[in-house]
Write a protein that binds this ligand. Structure first.
Ligand code: KIV
Ligand code: ZN
Length: 519
């Protein structure tokens, strides 16, 4: 790595997944990991293996699947069991990193750890050494570094580097730092840690004050060469530094920062879309780089300037980030070849069977809708991407409703290859009736916390996208689906969320018979 390359360390699958309501199952994490590899991130922090068997399994699968192409990292506290689990999960990866962390600030030492400075240093050194027996690539994080006394921070950093840490991460765990302050912290370390040149300095900024990206950039100016960030800025509380913003700031202002990343920026928008789709976490319209309005010029004077010369009002081109607008692309008579070409241009690499399924969906859609847009195609593909392994499938539904009728739904669901189950229920409206019927059949009780509908493209015949967030036994699950029929989209979205709750129920309670459900 040259001194002007910034290492992009993506923690969407670890810190990002810690956002409330953003939990992903192994299948979904693999999808995101695949997208991150294509995006070109240098390190994927795949999870915290000791946290749960599901976390262990996801890290293991990601390590096995992608660990020959991208460095896969696992998080561990300075506890032997954590490090053992991280080793176990990473065993299949050729490129592997263990990330050990221990809090160092006075507040954390006194109230959380109840440990003195010497004990912290001792633990940190022992843990780095233990992890080092498994891989050379060791990252150490003094948690809450931004609020740690500078002298003590220097001591911890120096001793963990001496013990074998090759990356020292300086987390602003609670989003307390400001750009100038953080610059000074990194500069102080560079100046006062005698062996600092033997490790890469990394930034890890939270966004509680809305400063995560600014702080990360400031750290780079001070000499940090790794940025920890997440797609769409997902993460604990207000989130982490948004990967797409850091990368595009460095690229757009290469004249100033004089550094570069290996990110394939044209994959930024599709990756953002995928992560939003899988986690159910919407991207705000005016979000920088990947928001729907990020490249929309509304004011007449801007539009006029743009027509004369794009650079008057545009500092990045939409195509540089893979932005897909409302391009009208295909219609009823477009063949499979045209469809395949468009899918490839949109950045998807689909296996033959997945392509065929999406093409079948496209034909069905083309029957209902005159004009098909890029956004429709993306929605169809994403709709298929994450549901292929769901156990419960919707076989059919029927609803009746009206001003003087009791809204009723009748549904047929099938769990894997078991007999089709049928039931009916009433509700406050036809969608509510569908949801209640599903819960009866699957024997799950869910509380609907969020229900969003939006149009995927333009026109009265546009597809509707429904996103739901449900709460089952205190845990949130998300589902998203599209259809030209809003009730059908709602049914599929709800079923996706229930499928996630069902698979977690099965993991924690062992196999369950479905034969008792109403028939
Ligand atoms: O915010 C934080 O301090 C973390 C550490 C585990 C690096 O996420
Ligand atoms: Zn964090």
């Amino acid at each position: 790595m040259s001194g002007d390359q910034i290492i992009i360390f993506d923690t969407t699958l670890r810190d990002g997944e810690q956002s409330p309501g953003c939990s992903m199952n192994t299948r979904e994490k693999l999808e995101v990991a695949r997208a991150l590899v294509e995006l070109g991130v240098d390190v994927i922090e795949a999870g915290f293996p000791v946290a749960s068997p599901g976390d262990f399994e996801s890290v293991r699968e990601i390590a096995n699947r992608f660990g020959d192409r991208t460095t896969i990292c696992a998080l561990a506290r300075c506890v032997p069991k954590d490090i053992e689990d991280a080793k176990g999960a990473l065993a299949g990866a050729a490129k592997r990193r263990i990330h050990v962390f221990l809090a160092t600030s006075a507040i954390h030492r006194e109230y959380k750890l109840k440990m003195g400075k010497d004990e912290i240093i001792e633990r940190a050194i022992a843990s780095v050494k233990m992890a080092k027996e498994f891989t050379d690539d060791i990252e150490f994080s003094p948690e809450d570094a931004a609020r740690t006394e500078l002298d003590f921070l220097c001591e911890v950093v120096e001793k963990t580097i001496a013990a074998g840490a090759t990356t020292v991460n300086i987390p602003d765990t609670v989003g307390y730092a400001t750009p100038n302050h953080y610059f000074k912290v990194i500069s102080h370390l560079k100046k006062n840690v005698s062996n600092i040149d033997r490790a890469v300095i990394s930034t890890h900024c939270h966004n509680d004050l809305g400063l995560a990206v600014a702080n990360s950039l400031s750290a780079i100016e001070a000499g940090a060469r790794q940025v920890e960030c997440t797609i769409n800025g997902l993460g604990e509380r207000a989130g982490n530094a948004a990967l797409e913003e850091v990368v595009m700031a460095l690229r757009t202002r290469a004249d100033y920062y004089k550094v570069h990343t290996k990110i394939n920026t044209q994959r930024l928008y599709p990756t953002s879309h995928l992560v939003s789709s899988i986690t159910g976490m919407k991207v705000q319209r005016n979000k920088a780089i990947v928001g729907q309005n990020a490249f929309a010029h509304e004011a007449g004077i801007h539009q006029h300037g743009m027509l004369q010369e794009r650079s008057t009002y545009e500092i990045m081109r939409p195509e540089d980030v893979g932005y897909v607008g409302q391009n009208l692309v295909l219609g009823k008579h477009s063949g499979r070849h045209a469809f395949r070409d468009r899918v490839t241009q949109l950045g998807f690499q689909l296996a033959e069977d997945a392509l065929q399924r999406s093409f079948d969906d496209f034909i069905l859609l083309a029957d209902k809708k005159k004009e098909i847009y890029d956004s429709d195609i993306i929605a169809l593909i994403e709709n298929r991407m994450v549901d292929s392994a769901d156990r419960w499938k919707l076989i059919s539904f029927h609803t009746s409703a009206g001003s003087s009728a009791v809204p009723t739904a009748t549904l047929q669901l099938q769990c894997e290859d078991q007999p089709v189950l049928c039931d009916a229920a009433t509700g406050d409206g036809p969608i509510d009736a569908v949801f209640r019927t599903m819960e009866r059949i699957m024997e799950l009780t869910a509380r609907l916390e969020e229900f969003d509908v939006r149009s995927v493209s333009e026109g009265k015949d546009a597809m509707g996208e429904v996103r739901v967030t449900i709460n089952v036994s205190g845990r949130q699950y998300q589902g998203k689906a599209v259809s030209t029929d809003i009730i059908e989209a709602a049914a599929h979205a709800y079923l996706k969320a229930l499928n996630k709750a069902d698979s977690e129920r099965r993991l924690s309670a062992g196999p369950r018979s479905t034969s008792s459900a109403a028939t």
